[in-house]
Design a protein around this ligand. Sequence first.
Ligand code: SF4
Ligand code: SF4
Length: 444
Amino acid sequence: MPLTFFGGIKPENNKISKSPIRTVIPDIIYIPLEEDAQVIVEAGDSVDKGQAVAFSGNELKFSSVSGVVREVRRDQDRHYIAVKNDKKDTLYPGLKGVEKPLKKLSFEEICKLLREFAIVDGFDGAYAYKKLYARPEGLKRIIINLCEADSYASVLHRLLIEKPKELVGGAKILMHALSVKKCILVVEQSKKRDIENLYQYVNDPSMFVTAFIENKYPVNEKTIMSAVYGLEVPYGGDSLDLGYIFFGAEAVIQIYDSFLTGIPQIQKAVTVSGECISAPSNLSVPIGTPLKDLIYECGDLSGDCGYIVSGSLFNGELLAGIDTIVTQYTGQFLFMRETKKKEGNCVRCGRCISVCPMHLPPLEYAVSSEKGRDPGERDAYYGISACIECGCCDYICPAGVPLLAIIRGVKRKRKPTEEIVRHSKRKLLRKRVNDLDDDVFIPF
Ligand code: SF4
Ligand code: SF4
């Protein structure tokens, strides 16, 4: 029997993009910058793939293609470096793999390398080196998530099939760095055969344990802890408080690749899917590639595309248009038909309560909202701030109560200046690692 957790939903299988991962070659890339970035190239300069072009937000930024810097834009609302791709794929000559044997690398050396490789874990949006620094005393296990973000995503499945050796290698680097003896691979039961294939690259089977969990949404730090260990992540805390550290499979693979080649994270694996894209695909995309290039790669949009989502269908970010790029945080783009969801009043069916993985009563938020009361006013009792914004209640509601919008409205009102982060786990981890900023600066 697969492991499971309370609540969640089992959406129909929409995996229409099971294609092997293929590489996108853009004409031009846009490297986003923070306002106070130090740019170390200028328009007209030639750059190589993997070459550092800026120091932005305390981190290095790299060109993901070789070519010529076309523009360095630093105006009020836009900050980026545009690089025209010469399509020669010339690698920066200064890059080389790590020569020192893993066993001789210290924790500090590994963190320094991870920082130089600028690896961001898409699982929680944090830099890998910062996650390592945030480790608590007595860390028990590393948990690697191989479960997809939703029923459309399939890129982690493809990575498991195409890069099992790299996944095992990256996990070993993390285990050595964190002095952890066992790594848990969390995967949907439907990927059983592929995980068996991975074990051919494992020399010591005692180092790895696979936890098969039910094909259900949402799979995140909290639901995994509940399904695998029966533990509840305390409100206001995260899994590190319980002695477990999470990594996404793609980041683990990237760590191995970067140690082997010296190439920083300049590519991102992305699923492009949905009802309105001709050829749904899994793609390896240079960071900074415009979304329009991905649409072109996938055979264009059908005419009735009503909305575009970046991230999961249930709680991803609705995009205003296609004027966006692939970043280290991108995991999926969905092109969906407009659906006319009727919006009505709560009929007190209780289905939202039965699917809430956080054991919250979304019904109460619906009723409060209908009555013109603040749905967050009895937070201590109804716990709206513990909501992880998974959207299960919104999805299941037969009356079309816009529960997710109500919840986000409450949160936005409380913190008007703070960006509403889609997953509370991400928010918690970011807070934790951002607190470390001043302490962990490593000079290059
Ligand atoms: S699922 Fe919708 S209709 Fe049913 S109790 Fe919840 S909010 Fe009300
Ligand atoms: S969005 Fe919040 S309230 Fe709704 S099911 Fe998810 S955790 Fe529960």
